[in-house]
Design a protein around this ligand. Structure first.
Ligand code: 6PG
Length: 238
């Protein structure tokens, strides 16, 4: 069997409500893509569109490539972004450019259904604009997330978010991961989403997962009902 689901004992105060562990990043990517395709099929029975926010970074790229092979009705999917780097609009380091290259340029999604963060305007105006976009769309159905070695997710970095932060979208001006200026969905937008999937692979992520399991108050800890798709190298005996 290539994956297992782990349901930690009730009452455990960490965010690992549902963890799916895979033997390799490739198996993780394929399983997450299949799950997304299944959600899209189910949603098609009851709602006009499925709204998905994509994650940045390198880990989700294999999932995006696997999604190209799935049968999805792209005319009924709207794409959003969990965060964006404040770089020129066509900079290859932007998350929307990575998503275009690995997925969106290869599937028949109407251009007006891709909701980019205008991060090249600067973090503050782009965050205000994207918050208006999200207020218009309503809560997202699925948000994909990665996690950095320091436990950040989207562009929510440890120690940088204000307690009681209520904004749907947050301008980030001093991120420790380059570039320092970014735009991120806020905890309020993540908590309002119907589903959150974390995609986390590789041994470098093990320490952050361990800290989360021990209850550390890193950003992902707020999202208790998330599904975690992790590979064995990252999970490694937890
Ligand atoms: C970004 C992100 C960020 C990313 C994690 C994991 O723009 O950098 O959205 O949150 O998902 O840092 O990145 P890796 O998968 O590359 O480790």
């Amino acid at each position: 069997m290539s994956s297992l689901s782990k349901q930690p004992p009730q009452g455990m105060g960490n965010c690992f409500h549902t963890v799916h562990v895979f033997d390799s990043p490739a198996l993780l990517a394929r399983a997450a893509a299949r799950r997304i395709a299944l959600l899209a099929k189910r949603a098609a029975r009851t709602q006009p569109f499925l709204r998905i926010a994509l994650a940045g970074g390198t880990t989700p790229q294999a999932c995006y490539r696997a999604l190209r092979e799935e049968t999805l009705d792209w005319s009924r999917i709207h794409i959003y972004f969990g965060d964006e780097r404040c770089l020129p609009a066509s900079d290859p380091q932007r998350n929307d450019q990575m998503a275009a290259q690995s997925l969106l340029d290869h599937v028949p999604i109407p251009a007006h259904q891709i909701h980019r963060i205008q991060a090249h305007w600067g973090a503050v105006p782009a965050a205000l604009d994207y918050a208006a976009c999200l207020r218009h769309s309503g809560p997202l159905d699925l948000i994909l997330l990665g996690m950095g070695e320091d436990g950040h997710t989207a562009s929510l970095f440890p120690g940088l978010s204000e307690p009681g932060e209520q904004r749907l979208v947050i301008p980030v001006l001093h991120a420790p991961k380059p570039p320092p200026e970014r735009v991120s969905l806020g905890p309020a937008a993540l908590l309002a989403a119907r589903q959150l999937f974390f995609l986390v692979a590789g041994p470098a992520k093990h320490a952050a997962l361990q800290h989360l399991q021990q209850g550390a108050s890193l950003p992902p800890q707020q999202f208790k009902l998330a599904h975690w798709y992790v590979d064995r190298a990252a999970w490694h005996g937890l």
